[in-house]
Ligand binder design. Structure first.
Ligand code: GDP
Ligand code: MG
Length: 239
């Protein structure tokens, strides 16, 4: 009897946690005020082959627009977004990295200092899916401290040309212990959810663990360290 009650309490606790996870989108807001004092500054880095939609996802999230063509991102670019959750203000620095090899050494600095990674493939491009392990290795070898990792199958609006099933994406995420979502930057599907999930997880994590702000990441360090290109499936990169 006592055991039953204890099990029941455990179930209720777990249910509450699940409900809260499912509700995070309604508790977070994106603010248009940029000068509010923040409690946390989080760096989020987007990685994946050229053409998968990194810039499009960021532009959808930050400006709520979608363009059919973007110039290739040169090097690394970043946007700042202010978010509020339970009266806590967090700033996200969202890093957009170029897929081009000659700029990868530049991306290293950001990779090393990220709190979260978003790994992206295009559900219509098999090579972008096959390149993922190279991106995982690169990021997680250089940064063992990332708190949240999310795998994204982008362009889920194009059903006809899909070559990677949702299940394949999910399995890849489960195998690596990542959160998984399919998104469409074009149709605005799951884009807010993606960034809200990361914010929610990071705030919860740092509410319980020590947080030290480090806003002193050098933009151009002159670092020449080469990245492990052989593992990044260069031949299949579209750029
Ligand atoms: P990046 O190289 O990873 O930054 O990719 P871009 O954001 O530049 O996008 C590459 C191309 O894919 C562009 O022509 C975008 O318009 C297109 N694209 C990006 N996201 C989506 C999406 O969700 N759906 C569709 N149909 N096209 C997309
Ligand atoms: Mg880009």
């Amino acid at each position: 009897m006592k055991e039953d009650i204890e099990n029941e309490n455990e179930d209720v606790g777990q249910k509450k946690e699940e409900d809260e996870e499912n509700n995070y989108t309604s508790k977070i807001e994106k603010l248009n005020e940029y000068h509010l004092e923040h409690k946390y500054l989080f760096r989020v880095c987007l990685l994946g082959n050229a053409g998968v939609g990194k810039t499009s996802l960021i532009t959808r999230f930050c400006d709520n627009i979608f363009k059919e063509t973007y110039n290739n991102t040169i090097g690394v670019d970043f946007r700042v977004v202010t978010l509020k959750y339970n009266d806590i203000i967090a700033k996200l620095h969202v890093w957009d990295t170029a897929g081009q090899e000659r700029f990868r050494s530049l991306a290293l600095n950001y990779i090393k200092n990220s709190h979260a990674f978003i790994f992206i493939y295009d559900i219509c491009d098999k090579s972008s899916f096959e390149s993922l392990s190279g991106w995982f290795n690169l990021a997680l070898e250089k940064n063992k401290n990332s708190i949240v990792n999310v795998l994204i199958g982008n362009k889920c609006d194009i059903a006809d040309a899909r070559v990677i099933s949702q299940n394949e994406g999910e399995q890849m995420a489960i195998a690596n212990n990542f959160h998984f979502l399919e998104t469409s930057a074009k149709n605005d599907e799951n884009v807010l959810k993606l960034f809200y999930y990361i914010t929610y997880k990071l705030i919860n994590y740092y509410n319980e663990n020590e947080y030290v702000e480090n806003d002193n990441i050098e933009l151009y360090s002159g670092q020449t360290e080469e990245l492990p290109t052989s593992r990044l499936n260069e031949n299949k990169c579209k750029c």
